[in-house]
Design a protein. Structure first.
Length: 105
């Protein structure tokens, strides 16, 4: 899922508690990206970041800033590419984000 905002300087937040399992750069794909491993086989991926402010193996919580929105890698403009995996398979992130937004109110 690609998420675009009015300002390209937006901070990127973790959507749930987990551990930073990867911080990497892929010039032909995700650009600068972060992988967070969560409980119950869930994993979230935050890609095309401008930079990160977290460390490998750091515990993060919902709302922890991971970095800033960018356009690194194979991106045509500023946005966040957000993915969720469950037990190694990609799942539709929209229902999970809807849950997160309802809980945040």
């Amino acid at each position: 899922m690609d998420i675009i905002t009015v300002s390209h300087k937006e901070p990127i937040y973790a959507t749930a508690q987990g551990v930073i399992s990867k911080i990497a750069y892929d010039p032909n794909g995700y650009g600068i990206y972060v992988v967070v491993d969560h409980a119950y086989g869930y994993r979230t991926i935050y890609a095309h970041l401008e930079f990160t402010v977290i460390e490998l193996n750091q515990i993060v919580y919902a709302g922890t800033i991971l970095g800033k929105m960018g356009k690194t890698g194979n991106a045509t403009g500023y946005h966040l590419h957000y993915s969720i995996m469950k037990n190694g398979r990609y799942i539709d992130p929209l229902p999970m984000l809807s849950l997160f937004l309802v809980d945040a109110k």
